[in-house]
Design a protein around this ligand. Structure first.
Ligand code: PRX
Length: 652
């Protein structure tokens, strides 16, 4: 039986760009977009070859795409380049030497800015520090840092010497860091003594110490270096021989560091993300394709101009920060704003104050942040002059029309186009989006495919759905910034992304096309949660819960949440001698924080005597979702083994 997905959202409003925006935009008509998109699909080699030649190569490529061993793609074969040279060196000779590259502000209000020449120098020195510590091409380096300029420098310094960075978001726990270091066999960690968040110092180095303490064999084959950037006055423990202060090492090195020539397909970085199993996947991105993809999307999606002040509020610990704080904007020579702290520190208008102060022109943020700002109240926005803004973007989760309209009116003053960009860690760059000078945007729709992207919506049998019914989103063509694998597990890569629909990439999202051919993303169709735009696996949280002695079984489901999009609800049944109590709820929450990170802590933990299962023993999460959301149980319950289980959960 084929199935597709029901949709309930009806949204008919649409907002074309103003004439002033349109006439100055890089692409300014549907016809122009259609023609370029059509060419990118009909002649991908011609299209991507031309784009790729716009970034600097050390050795030109001889072939655009080799897809003969699909899904193992080879983009720009024969070519050599260095991502840090694309982001920095080219601008030193293009007249951008003295242009501001990074404009940084710390949470306490301290500020630093770097011109392209200064950033180049800092990255070369950073790279020499890594070299002096014995780190070389191909080594994996974990980075666990606050949002300070040295985080961007650390990624670029790795890229400069050909080391593979694996950035771990600063909110992850010691045990999550350990798993990632182990999975990637990292030999060095770059961290900081602390970072500011909500008026407090997060002790990042302590968390790294804890992660490494548990790591078997770390003295021999494991982590030989922990490089510590001093950000705060936080006291840190010291492991002689392994730990070193970045500023001490910096004093010993020169600013001369030629970029390592990398093959186009050499790995640039790993970034771990959650899938539908308990173990996070090390998504692997390579150099040439990723740089070409992020370079082009940044330019067209944000309609980037030389004098823009561009601010993406993501953390570099996520893919959005990799692609749209570091690599894409710097490859284009943009001025990038970077902010360390929380949006409501010291007051709920901090973002708007930053925009007014730095005259930000492009703001790229997440729906969850927009919903929080709405709740904090318009008065915090009204105090600040946001007239410098000309373009707004969102990413990470579906945006509800109400938040979209607020963003447009309140932040964009009704004049800024909004680009709602759909993509994933795996896609490396933006895949579906309005083009700001073209699209009559609809609140909640990511509109049309970007160049080279060929989406289709299928039912469960792989048949294209008719009309505007919902179905599974799939992509029919490879694209340059696509993931090349899951680190150490090629089979899982093939199985997860390339086996549901033959010859197509399956991102795991549901979507529908409306009568105008605009795309509406309907969320994940697998066991992946999206909390505040962060991807979490139900299975990962469940295994964290059952690793606690009191729990014998756990099922985790999302329920809708006004601010975070989804909130985590956990149903747990207890081991024989454990008793239900508020203390145990708190303890289980703390346990999940410790195992994964605070971001995975359930909003709601409920005790259940039994979980609803099919006769074959599979937990029926579908029913639990209804219970969690306080809805009537919908759909078929005939496969449920024991109906009374559901009744008692609902009553309880
Ligand atoms: O479900 C989609 C949702 O976020 C998932 C990707 O998460 P992650 O790899 O963490 O990357 C987030 C930043 C790119 C997608 O599978 N998602 C992302 N952007 C949107 C979205 N859902 C709806 N609309 C979007 N604009």
């Amino acid at each position: 039986m084929s199935t597709n997905i029901d949709h309930v959202l009806h949204e008919d409003r649409s907002f074309p760009p103003s004439e002033a925006f349109r006439s100055a935009a890089r692409i300014s008509s549907e016809e122009e977009y259609d023609a370029i998109w059509r060419r990118s699909i009909d002649d991908p080699d011609g299209f991507w070859g031309e784009v790729a030649r716009q970034i600097p190569w050390i050795k030109p490529f001889d072939q655009v795409l080799d897809w003969s061993d699909a899904p193992r793609a080879k983009w720009f074969g024969g070519g050599q380049l260095n991502a840090s040279a694309v982001c920095l060196d080219q601008h030193l000779i293009s007249g951008r030497k003295d242009k501001t590259a990074i404009l940084w502000e710390g949470e306490p209000g301290d500020q630093v800015s770097y011109t392209y020449a200064e950033l180049h120098d800092a990255v070369c020195r950073f790279a020499n520090v890594l070299k002096a510590r014995g780190i070389k091409k191909g080594d994996r380096v974990a980075i666990y840092m606050p949002m300070i300029p040295e985080l961007a420098m650390a990624t670029l310094a790795c890229a400069r010497i050909g080391a593979i960075h694996s950035v771990i978001f600063g909110g992850f726990s010691a045990s999550s860091i350990r798993d990632r270091i182990e999975d990637g066999s990292c030999t060095a960690v770059i961290t900081s003594d602390g970072g500011w968040r909500r008026g407090k110092v997060l002790p990042l180095k302590d968390v790294v110490d804890e992660a490494l303490a548990d790591l078997p064999g770390s003295d021999e084959a494991g982590v030989h270096t922990v490089l510590v950037v001093k950000r705060t006055e936080n006291d840190v423990a010291w492991h002689e021989g392994r730990d070193c202060w970045y500023h001490d090492e910096l004093a010993k090195v020169s600013g001369e560091c030629p970029p390592e020539p990398m093959e186009s397909e050499d790995t640039l970085f790993l970034l771990y993300t959650s899938g539908s199993t308990g173990k996070p996947k090390g998504i692997q991105h390579t150099t040439g394709g990723y740089m070409v993809g992020t370079y082009l999307t940044t330019q067209f999606v944000f309609d980037l101009r030389e004098d823009d002040i561009y601010w993406c509020t993501a953390d570099v610990g996520w893919i959005t920060g990799h692609s749209y704080i570091v690599y894409g904007p710097l490859a284009n020579g943009a001025t990038v704003v970077m902010y360390e702290g929380a949006p409501n520190q010291p007051h709920p208008g901090r973002f708007w104050e930053l925009i007014a102060k730095h005259k930000v022109t492009i703001l790229y943020t997440a729906p969850t942040a927009i919903r929080a700002f709405m709740r904090w109240g318009d008065e915090h926005v009204d105090k600040h002059d946001l007239s410098s803004l000309r373009l707004l973007g969102t990413v990470g989760e579906p945006i509800n029309p109400e938040a979209w309209i607020w963003y447009r009116q309140k932040i964009g003053g009704g004049r800024c186009p909004i680009v709602d960009t759909w993509w994933q860690t795996e896609t490396g760059g933006i895949m579906m989006t309005p083009l700001p000078g073209v699209s009559a945007t609809k609140p909640g729709s990511c509109m049309k495919p970007f160049f080279g992207v060929d989406p289709v919506i299928l039912d469960s049998d792989g048949v294209e759905v008719e009309g505007d019914a919902g179905g599974y989103l799939a992509l029919r063509k490879p694209w340059p910034s696509m993931l090349r694998g899951i680190w150490g597990d090629y089979e899982r890569f093939v199985e997860t992304y390339w086996s549901k629909f033959k010859g197509m990439y399956f991102p795991g999202d549901g979507a529908r096309l409306d009568k105008d051919g605009c795309t509406w993303i309907m969320g994940r169709v697998d066991d992946v949660l999206n909390v505040s735009g962060h991807r979490l696996s139900t299975m990962e949280i469940e295994s964290a819960l059952v690793s606690h002695g009191a729990v014998c079984e756990a099922a985790v489901v999302p329920r809708p949440d006004e601010i975070t999009g989804q909130a985590i609800v956990a149903f747990v049944s207890l081991a024989g001698d454990a008793s239900k109590s508020d203390e145990l709820v708190a303890e289980l929450g703390a346990h999940v924080s410790k195992e994964i990170g605070k971001l995975a802590r359930p909003a709601d933990i409920r005790f259940a005597d039994a979980l609803p299962k099919t006769r074959s023993g599979k937990i029926m999460r579908r029913l639990l979702k209804d219970v969690a959301a306080g809805r009537e149980i919908a759909g078929d319950t005939t496969t449920l083994e024991d109906m009374s289980v559901i009744e008692s959960l609902r009553d309880g």
